[in-house]
Design a protein around this ligand. Structure first.
Ligand code: AMP
Length: 428
């Protein structure tokens, strides 16, 4: 007989099984903190017009050049699974005429994103991001407020001592100037550059700055610095950002090599990395994108935002604080109701419903074909400390038995009082 094929998740995409509760807690924390700063949640589609990313993220970027899941629909339109969240939000800003709303518009979002990258630890083809965008204010105080909010979120998740890497990539004019200077500096050293950097030397020299190759990094030590060629407006913007962040006790370090992988950034860029994550060390990144909305055919409206890699955030949290729950959450452990014998299932269901109605998490073991011993073992394996037993004697007497696994004791209580008693015991 033919053996039926079993399926596995697609390469680079994974089930969140153990991690799902932590994801939910991180997301709840994001909703709470971001709302405090006047942000509201938006949800954009997973699929967009391919052209949106080509124009928004940039043709020369790795994401658009190599990593998009693009396909033609039945009418031959080229669509792509979203590889990032800012271009879709910018599209939505224009589509919903958010320019007519009170400015700046502050939104956040969370969900799955897709990039066809080589999978490795911390790098998936479907991953989750939590992002926020502040659109409509060019000033440095918005940069500061956004970063302060981000750090408050990380603190409330439970992180301590994360340091922000900060830089300015200037305005497009500064970047063009700098690209020329960097190219001039690197040209005589072509032999020391790998294939990727040689390609970037033609298409996007700035990206060479974040190379991981030791030889290239050494070479870049002597390269001109981006901040040396910033125009005066970009320079003073950056100064205010640094000054104000220091005033709010934000731990940051100016990182001259920080340029970020997406083409739309202008002026302020930032990233948080952790050596504990290994090669894929960035947990989040962001920056200002003052030209993006105009590139997408809209008016000239500035913006700034960030995207947190939720998968990496959760894995870093678990690594740094083993056994600790995100945001100090303490979920209620369930009370287990065990009907002793098949004919008491109805009572089991009634008792569990009464507990749930009072806000107490309850699980009922309906499989009464098993002996009581097995039912109790099962409750124990589920991690239930409290078990409510109901069988022939209890139904006749109008009682239930409440067993405490931790102390190995049990007591008989009146059925009409049992919810109150359980509530008192579990909160003691
Ligand atoms: P980016 O949109 O490239 O600025 O990325 C923002 C954050 O998303 C990064 O700092 C990572 O934490 C996360 N991220 C990006 N690509 C992936 C991926 N393929 N797998 C997991 N996380 C990712």
């Amino acid at each position: 007989m033919a053996v039926k094929r079993r399926f596995q998740s697609v390469k680079g995409m994974r089930d969140l099984v153990d991690e799902a509760p932590a994801f939910a807690e991180v997301e709840e924390t994001a909703r709470r903190v971001f709302s405090l700063y006047g942000y509201h949640e938006v949800r954009t589609p997973v699929v967009e017009d391919t052209e949106l990313f080509v124009r928004g993220v940039g043709e020369a970027s790795e994401i658009v050049g190599k990593q998009m899941y693009s396909f033609d629909d039945k009418k031959g339109r080229s669509l792509s699974l979203r590889p990032e969240g800012t271009a879709p939000v910018a599209r939505a800003y224009l589509e919903h005429d958010m320019a007519s709303w009170p400015q700046p518009v502050k939104v956040f979002y969370m969900g799955p994103y897709f990039r066809y990258e080589r999978p490795q630890a911390g790098r998936y083809r479907q991953f989750n991001q939590i992002g926020a965008e502040l659109i409509g204010d060019p000033g440095p105080y918005s940069d500061v407020e956004l970063l302060v909010m981000l750090l408050r979120f990380l603190e409330e998740v439970g992180f301590q001592d994360l340091e922000v890497g900060l830089n300015s990539v200037g305005d497009p004019e500064c970047r063009r100037r700098y690209s020329r200077r960097l190219r001039e500096y690197l040209e005589p050293h072509r032999d020391d550059l790998g294939a990727d950097s040689l390609r970037r030397l033609e298409t996007n020299p700035l990206r060479i700055l974040d190379t991981k190759a030791p030889k290239e990094r050494e070479l870049l030590e002597g390269a001109p610095r981006l901040r040396e060629v910033l125009g005066s407006a970009a320079q003073s913007h950056f100064e205010v950002v640094c000054e104000q962040l220091a005033r709010f006790d934000v731990d940051f370090e100016i990182d001259n090599r920080l340029v970020r992988g997406l083409d739309y950034y202008t002026r302020t860029v930032f990233e948080i990395t952790s050596v504990s994550l290994g090669a894929q060390d960035a947990i989040l990144g962001g920056g200002r994108y003052d030209g993006l909305i105009a590139d997408l055919g809209g008016p000239s409206v500035p913006g700034i935002g960030f995207a947190i890699g939720e998968d990496r955030l959760v894995s870093l949290f678990r690594h740094l604080y083993p056994g600790r729950r995100v945001s100090g959450a303490s979920p209620q452990e369930p009370v287990c109701v065990v009907p002793v014998g098949a004919s008491y299932r109805r009572h089991g269901l009634e008792l569990s419903q009464a507990l749930r109605a009072a806000g107490i998490t309850a699980i009922c073991e309906f499989d009464a074909l098993r002996p009581l011993k097995v039912g109790l073992k099962q409750a124990n394996r589920r991690g239930c400390r409290w078990v409510v037993l109901i069988g022939e004697d209890e139904v006749a007497a109008g009682t239930v038995v409440l067993r405490d696994f931790e102390n190995g004791t049990q007591e008989t209580i009146q059925r009409d009082e049992f919810v109150d008693v359980v509530a008192t015991r579990i909160s003691a």
